[in-house]
Design a protein around this ligand. Sequence first.
Ligand SMILES: O=c1[nH]c(=O)c2ncn([C@@H]3O[C@H](COP(=O)(O)OP(=O)(O)OP(=O)(O)O)[C@@H](O)[C@H]3O)c2[nH]1
Ligand SMILES: [Mg+2]
Length: 229
Amino acid sequence: MIAKTNPEQGALSLETGEAKDKTLPPHGYRAKVGDFIYKVFGGSEMGGIMRIAVGSTNPTKVKAVENVMRRIYGDVEVVGVEVDSGVSDQPIGIEEIARGAINRAKQALEKTGADLGVGIEAGIYPFPGTLTGYLDVQVCAIVSPDGVITIGHGPGFEYPPVVIERILKEGVEAGIAMGELVNDPELKRKVGAIGVLSKGLLTRTELNEIAVLMAMIPRLNRELFFERK
Ligand SMILES: O=c1[nH]c(=O)c2ncn([C@@H]3O[C@H](COP(=O)(O)OP(=O)(O)OP(=O)(O)O)[C@@H](O)[C@H]3O)c2[nH]1
Ligand SMILES: [Mg+2]
């Protein structure tokens, strides 16, 4: 799957039609940030368009990466590739989720020779005070050809008790258990469980966008993370 950029589509905006882009730095600044990261983290040596590989063909992940990276780098080419996450289909525990995200990012980079490899892995992990004992979170890992890995995660939310029980007792994936609840086997590739649980207020693509942006934080602040004197 190749997702070309579409400047008409607003990134990181809820479906309110509101131009959240107003909150972005002015265009000149965005270009500057893009050039800056490009040099440091190994943009294409030939120059030109930034090539980013995502370790998944799930449209909610590929689109989220495209939306965020377009805001940071301007023109980008994002490609989704099938990879082996190296973890279970339904990761449990933050360590397993992080490992899946990192494996996906590394393989995406290796398979394509892109300028950046991105891995997003979702799963549940124990969280104190919750109704079910768990929160679901999307972890994003981004790897550059120089071997630097940066990580971030998205908002945490609870699955209904019946879903957590099925995960723990039957080993069923959350997305599949949620899909069965609402009679949509493709749910996880569309608005996702969060689309249903938030009553349409947030899609899985938007959830992923936040995780991707958080994983970019060290790359957006190179002087604070990588050039400390
Ligand atoms: O945080 C989430 N928000 C959602 O709205 C959502 N909808 C489904 N899931 C589930 O998350 C688990 C691991 O996911 P995951 O990273 O392996 O993704 P995936 O299986 O959908 O894609 P991929 O493996 O083809 O890349 C699986 O149980 C998915 O079904 C969601 N997780
Ligand atoms: Mg999966």
